[in-house]
Design a protein around this ligand. Sequence first.
Ligand code: G
Ligand code: G
Ligand code: MN
Length: 575
Amino acid sequence: MIMSQARVPKSVLLSRLHARHTSDAGVSGLADSRPGHAAARVVKLLYRRMAALLASRAMTMAFTILACTSVWMACVLAAAKLAQLSGEEASRASATALSGDVLASVERIAGRVDEVFNDLAVMGAELPRCGEADLALMHRSQTRSVYIGAVGRMSEVDGRLLCSTMGTAARGLDLGMADFVDRTGTTLHKHVRPPWLASTDFIVMVRDDIAVFVLNDVTTSILSKSTSIDAASGAFSRHGGPMVFHRGDFDPEGIRALLRSGAQTSFDGNVLVAISPSTKSDHVAFVAFPASRVEAAVRNEQRMLVPLGVVGGTVLATCLFLLLQRMTTMAAALCRALPTERIFMYYQPIVDLRTLRCIGAEALMRWQQGDEFIPPDRFIVAAERAGVISRVTRRAVSLVAWDASALLRRYPDFHISINLSAQDLRVGHAVVLLQDLLKATGLPPSSFWVEATETGMLEASEAAKVIAQIRGMGIRVAVDDFGTGYSSLAMLDNIRPDMLKIDKQFVATIVDGGAGCEVVMAIIALSKSLGLDMVAEGVETQAQADFLLANGVRYAQGWLFGKPGPIEALKPMSL
Ligand code: G
Ligand code: G
Ligand code: MN
């Protein structure tokens, strides 16, 4: 056993680490002494301060709350906006439909009036005017519609009523000035109120000498039936003139302006207007809703959509909260722990199987929170996801410099293996970090090895360049966990590493020197043909060690030789 498996008592460990970290000049400290622009240093410092701030629990919590609340609010507001739009749209549709109904009623009445004109013009042409037969014809024609209150003939001499279905009392009735003359020459008299019919209000249409009295009240009651109490409605001629029929309050100019604009509906925030121009006649019908009616429709939609928005927003905000928790909690806690003694390095011996001497050690980061050790598999992945892995690597290199400088100076043939992550290779800051390490410690490049996983090398074309630079410095590079990823030959050809680390899961298949270890054999064969050194990981038994040595694997690491432990437990170059 090369390394003692006993852990150093925690109090000793912590005081040792504390002494080291309170004066943390490490590699990062020395990196700052490199010649460089002061401005760049300030930016770097600010960046680090910001990152630390963002990593603080309060900031993370504040950001999480802000993000989740924003998402929730956005959903609710979107639902409210949607309700507004769809309530308005529903009101427009209902006003348009109602104005269509009004138009249909108006055209029906206009059609009947036309029939009366035709009856009298055609059938009455041969009859003596205002004779018995003529009057009988008028009476018959009047029954064409309940909206028609009377039919009569006008005197061509004084423009007064000559005779009508209203009897002799109506003779000589003055219709007053015409309100409008349409394109067919039909004149329109609004509000004719014969004095002997107290409350009856007629709209009278006169064509040639025929007068048709339309009951205004009956027609407006039709408008009331098709629309509702708070809506205004009516009809007018496209070519000007007054409203023929109408009820309620409205702005005739606004309605005509809408007709001119070519749009079917308008809503100015106060009144919603829909018009239906006839395709058969001059008539245009309209319906105007007050804002209160639109608001009621919006409220109706809101009752349905806002709760949906609240539910959707709550679900989304909860998902976001959980996601942010997952993303930030571990990484944020790690960032807080990084500059403290809670983060430290353990070292696992690497032996030369031929001499059984401890020729190096792999530096493995440890994170201790209270009595709990958080496994690096978890926090390294979390740091990679949160984009803070470069800080972890910087810290790891800094700790190695502190821990191992003296040891490495004493044993020039000894080395420390440093793990790099995929992102370190992608960003390329690892090169600067390692240059700093050599400068700061004054150690030769042979004192350090670098381990990087195959996936990291595959992911970026940048990786090949970074690895070439590291090897160019004279630092040896090992492919970690080889065989667990793609085991890509193209990658090996591209990267040209110095050695492969055979993953412990394959080493575990070496039982009693051989059975079931085809992958190990394949990796060994591949390494030999490429001229690569090999480090077997997870060697637990003598049989595995014997097998590996017999098959030309030079280096090994595993519980058989020593578990990861503090630097003091290493016994370099000893048997
Ligand atoms: O021996 P241990 O359980 O600590 O290793 C778990 C994994 O964590 C290993 O695959 C190792 O590569 C990784 N790991 C340990 N320390 C570091 C480190 O400092 N940097 C990186 N990138 N990975 C590390
Ligand atoms: O970075 P890498 O994947 O090489 O890290 C090696 C991992 O294997 C570490 O988590 C280390 O604790 C673990 N380990 C080291 N030696 C042994 C061993 O002999 N057996 C087992 N099961 N695990 C080991
Ligand atoms: Mn490793």
